[in-house]
Design a protein around this ligand. Structure first.
Ligand SMILES: *[C@@H]1O[C@H](CO)[C@@H](O)[C@H](O)[C@H]1NC(C)=O
Ligand SMILES: *[C@@H]1O[C@H](CO)[C@@H](O)[C@H](O)[C@H]1NC(C)=O
Ligand SMILES: *[C@@H]1O[C@H](CO)[C@@H](O)[C@H](O)[C@H]1NC(C)=O
Ligand SMILES: *[C@@H]1O[C@H](CO)[C@@H](O)[C@H](O)[C@H]1NC(C)=O
Ligand SMILES: *[C@@H]1O[C@H](CO)[C@@H](O)[C@H](O)[C@H]1NC(C)=O
Ligand SMILES: *[C@@H]1O[C@H](CO)[C@@H](O)[C@H](O)[C@H]1NC(C)=O
Ligand SMILES: *[C@@H]1O[C@H](CO)[C@@H](O)[C@H](O)[C@H]1NC(C)=O
Ligand SMILES: *[C@@H]1O[C@H](CO)[C@@H](O)[C@H](O)[C@H]1NC(C)=O
Ligand SMILES: *[C@@H]1O[C@H](CO)[C@@H](O)[C@H](O)[C@H]1NC(C)=O
Ligand SMILES: *[C@@H]1O[C@H](CO)[C@@H](O)[C@H](O)[C@H]1NC(C)=O
Length: 776
């Protein structure tokens, strides 16, 4: 697997060079056109097996290789031996025609699959109730560039650079280079930008014409768009969605401003280079807002600020959190999965006009989910249980945005509980815009209720990582915890005097509906019932004791003769299950059990009497949890064996994920990506978020260093460098209240260290934990 990966990387070798722009002048004829002298961005080293490149060009590549320098090197702290080792650049000489392999750009407000005719906007859905799906905004940003007179020797490269958050199409001949960059702006988050630079690479000075084709229809079956008359080169349209999701929701209107795209652009004779910017601005708040962002973007095209500001924001994001392993194949998966999830979440800085309400992360990300595809962009437990944990480790603010997609709908959840005869808040299995149930499968929608415990668990982990009292008190976090406990309190039934269970649910294993006492569901109900009291202690207040009393008495099904956890009442050994279920008790839920019981659960739910129990063709995230749990047991043979199953879901060249290993199911399957990132952090990193932050680093296969940079614990930032025999920990930011030093590294009772800002502590690579320094 790894060897194949490496060959693929080598085959697509390329180098990214420093972007140098000199003497940029604003052209008077067209606002969005810049004249550039001397540009270079991506230069390409092409293996000889493909085709020859001119001497001149090779020399320029060599020259630039000397000065090789780029974002990923800056934040990874070292240079890669060659460009093929750079894990943040994905490239191909052809753009895949299979939509499952096509990459996307996004910023949490909007997103698009490259060259597709559609843009999706966070929270913009069309369709009543269970037919609610992402509303299609016809893309005004899907531009394909080609040379009008294209010599046979013209070469094409398609590059996804996740360090910079851009997609680049590069056309090169001996004389000309066209660099077409598409990005969803990381600061001005209502914008999609196409930047095209035409530059000369030889002394030939002929006119060069680049054809621009657009891939858009003026209409949408989801939104009644009306286009306005063209004004100053700017086109605009607006329209309301056709059918609102729920009686309680209004018709949402989308407003679009975009630069008119001509059918061709020309580099005049004797001009050495020219840059063009085509901007699309979308707002679902107002036309004024769309226009404001459009003009802000336009202003920033001068001095190339628009592009640089975008790249700087991505680089800051990566600098604040990244993982490096000297196994290139794994590193490529880490960077790409992190990129796809981050590009469906809001940017880090959303102050003032940049802010927007976040409606949640769907299994296919923001770039997918139209029609009846990719779960229609609905939000499931996938958000809290799969994508959220690795994001929480690095970006607590983004984790909070995900939780806010739930607090935003507390009223809807209260109504849902009431309609079903329960108290508190009951979140639906699938939600979209209104917070009301939009699950098209009525059986699943009715029975799969564990999402209400998954949300509580995510909140508990958030509070342990951040102690964010403000979120609890001022942003409905505490209300969320109380509402969920109240729901489960009204939902449980009395098995005996001291035993409570939950009847009639569908567990994560969706092959079984309407079962009693799903072990996973009971466990998350227990967590939900215990959470408010834990929070109340922190907040110096109190909550009804009955919640925690029942929580302490939740029935967790256990077979004491076979020493394993039956998935539900009456589960028969060998019954095939869809995906990881009972084994989730170990991780993520951290339920304490003896090692032999852990082993039994892992073995009995993998195969029974030689036959698979967990469907080997099931969804991508399952094997991540098996891997994490085997790693905890230090059984590396089993861990690597199951870890290996993850890779089948990844589609080259841009490392998109399909839901199932045979290429079927939802794309671009972020649930599987989240599972993979958890394997790295919670599996190989051994991280556990308890009353302290625990970890137990293991080097991933074929690696000698494993670094986690920018882990954010209690407002402090930590770097970890794990090697064969050592673990180094550096505190790079210390903001925990005003107690300094605030954190302590505890290896054993007798080996403890105060973590001091900027100082590295080096210990043996053994389990350890970082705790708040008490009583200082
Ligand atoms: C291009 O022009 C420069 C300066 O006039 C000259 O030094 C160089 O040799 C020329 N290159 C080619 C490939 O003709
Ligand atoms: C959209 O416009 C195209 C071209 O004008 C037309 O063929 C198509 O039927 C229209 N579709 C809808 C849904 O109006
Ligand atoms: C991890 O960090 C160390 C120390 O900065 C560095 O020497 C090593 O190359 C890094 N490993 C990777 C894979 O980036
Ligand atoms: C966030 O963006 C605003 C507006 O662009 C800017 O004024 C502010 O300095 C930024 N804050 C940070 C922390 O970068
Ligand atoms: C809901 O709460 C009310 C008032 O506390 C209580 O009377 C009722 O029994 C509760 N309903 C359920 C289903 O627990
Ligand atoms: C559960 O049942 C026992 C009796 O079997 C009773 O004493 C207890 O109050 C019940 N608890 C609730 C919450 O109904
Ligand atoms: C769940 O429990 C109820 C009440 O005891 C019972 O009627 C029902 O058959 C049980 N369901 C299953 C699947 O065992
Ligand atoms: C709770 O009480 C402690 C001790 O009096 C105090 O330090 C802390 O700030 C209080 N917390 C809140 C959220 O009020
Ligand atoms: C790992 O687990 C398998 C299956 O239980 C077992 O056969 C093997 O001996 C274990 N290996 C180690 C090193 O514990
Ligand atoms: C992963 O599986 C492939 C076969 O599918 C095998 O060739 C490879 O050695 C395995 N890798 C590991 C690390 O187990």
């Amino acid at each position: 697997m790894y060897e194949i990966g490496l060959l693929q990387v080598a085959g697509a070798a390329l180098v990214l060079l420093f972007f140098v722009l000199l003497n940029i002048l604003l052209s008077s004829s067209m606002n969005t056109e810049l004249i550039v002298e001397n540009t270079d961005d991506y230069a390409i080293t092409i293996p000889k097996v493909f085709f020859e490149v001119s001497n001149n060009y090779q020399q320029s590549v060599m020259k630039w290789q000397d000065q090789y320098s780029r974002g990923v090197c800056l934040f990874a702290g070292h240079r890669y031996k060659s460009s093929a080792d750079d894990p943040s650049v994905f490239s191909s000489t052809v753009f895949p025609s299979n939509s499952k392999q096509q990459p996307s750009v996004g910023n949490g407000y909007l997103a698009t699959v490259i060259y597709s005719n559609t843009v999706y906007v966070n929270g913009l859905y069309n369709g009543k109730g269970t037919s609610s799906h992402r509303a299609r905004v016809p893309s005004t940003a899907a531009i394909t560039a080609s040379l009008q007179e294209s010599p046979v020797s013209a070469s094409h490269f398609y590059i996804l650079d996740v360090a910079k958050g851009v997609f680049v199409h590069q056309i090169t001949t001996g004389d000309v280079k066209v660099s077409h960059t598409t990005y969803a702006h990381q600061v001005l988050n209502r914008l999609l930008v196409n930047q095209i630079i035409i530059s000369r690479t030889s002394n030939k000075s002929d006119e060069v014409t680049v054809k621009l084709d657009t891939n858009s229809l003026p209409n949408s079956t989801d939104i009644n768009f009306k286009e306005n008359p063209l004004k100053d080169n700017i086109r605009s349209m607006q329209g309301g969605i056709i059918v609102p999701e729920h009686d309680s929701t209004q018709v949402v209107t989308a407003y679009v401003y975009w630069t008119d795209v001509p059918s061709c652009i020309t580099l005049p004779k004797d001009v050495s280079a020219r840059q063009y910017n085509f901007i699309t601005s979308i707002s679902k708040t107002s036309g004024d807002e769309a226009y404001y962002f459009y003009t802000e973007g336009l202003k920033m095209t001068a001095n190339n600020e628009l592009y640089q500001n975008h790249v700087a924001a991505w680089e800051t994001k990566w600098r604040n959190g990244h993982i490096d392993i000297d196994n290139v194949y794994l590193s490529r998966i880490i960077y790409s999965t992190m990129y796809y999830i981050l590009s469906s979440l809001p940017p880090l800085n959303t102050t003032g006009r940049l802010d927007f309400p976040f409606y949640g992360l769907a299994p296919g990300g923001l770039a997918n989910g139209g029609g009846n595809q990719d779960y229609m962009g609905h939000v499931f437990w996938d958000q809290e249980t799969w994508m959220y944990p690795p994001i929480l480790l690095f970006h607590p603010n983004l984790a909070k945005s995900m939780l806010s997609s739930r607090t935003r709908h507390i009223d809807a959840a209260r109504n849902i509980a009431k309609c079903n005869g329960y108290n508190g808040t009951m979140y639906p299995w699938e939600m979209a815009y209104s917070g009301y149930d939009v699950c098209p499968d009525r059986t699943v929608g009715k029975f799969e209720q564990h999402v209400n415990g998954d949300i509580a668990y995510a909140l508990q982990q958030y509070v342990r990582m951040t102690e964010d009292v403000q979120f609890l008190l001022e942003e409905n976090g505490f209300d969320l915890a109380k509402g969920l406990a109240e729901f489960w309190y009204s939902r449980v039934y009395n098995i005996s005097m001291t035993k409570y269970g939950v009847m009639g649910v569908m567990p994560p294993d969706e092959y079984h509906e309407n079962v009693n006492n799903s072990v996973y569901t009971n466990m998350v109900a227990k967590i939900s019932l215990l959470l408010p009291k834990q929070l109340a202690q922190m907040l110096n207040t109190s909550v009804p004791e009955c919640w925690s009393d029942v929580g302490n008495q939740m029935y967790i099904p256990y077979d004491s003769s076979l020493k394993y956890h039956p998935e539900y009442d009456g589960y028969q050994l060998g019954t095939v299950v869809k995906q990881a279920d009972a084994i989730l008790l170990q991780f993520p839920l951290m339920y304490d059990m003896p090692d032999d019981v852990q082993v039994n659960d892992l073995l009995l739910y993998e195969t029974y009497k030689g036959k698979p129990v967990t469907n080997p063709d099931g969804p991508a995230m399952t094997w991540a949890m098996f891997t994490i749990n085997w790693l905890k047991l230090k059984n590396f043979t089993k861990a690597y064996d199951v870890f290996n199953k993850t890779f089948a879901n990844i589609q080259e060249p841009f490392m998109t994920w399909t839901e199932n290993p045979d290429g079927t199911g939802a794309v671009n399957f972020q649930t599987g990506m989240g599972g993979f990132l958890q394997t790295i952090t919670f599996g190989f990193g051994g991280i556990r978020i308890k009353s302290c932050l625990e970890f137990d680093f293991v080097l991933p296969p074929k690696s000698t260093t494993f670094n986690i940079t920018g882990l954010n614990y209690l407002s402090s930032s930590l770097n970890f460098v794990a090697r064969e025999t050592s673990l180094s920990i550096t505190l790079t930011e210390d903001n925990y209240r005003s107690i300094i030093p605030s954190l302590q590294l505890i290896v054993s009772k007798t080996e403890t260290y105060d973590l001091k800002l900027g100082k590295t502590v080096k210990i043996a690579r053994v389990p350890a934990r970082i705790c708040k320094k008490q009583n200082v």
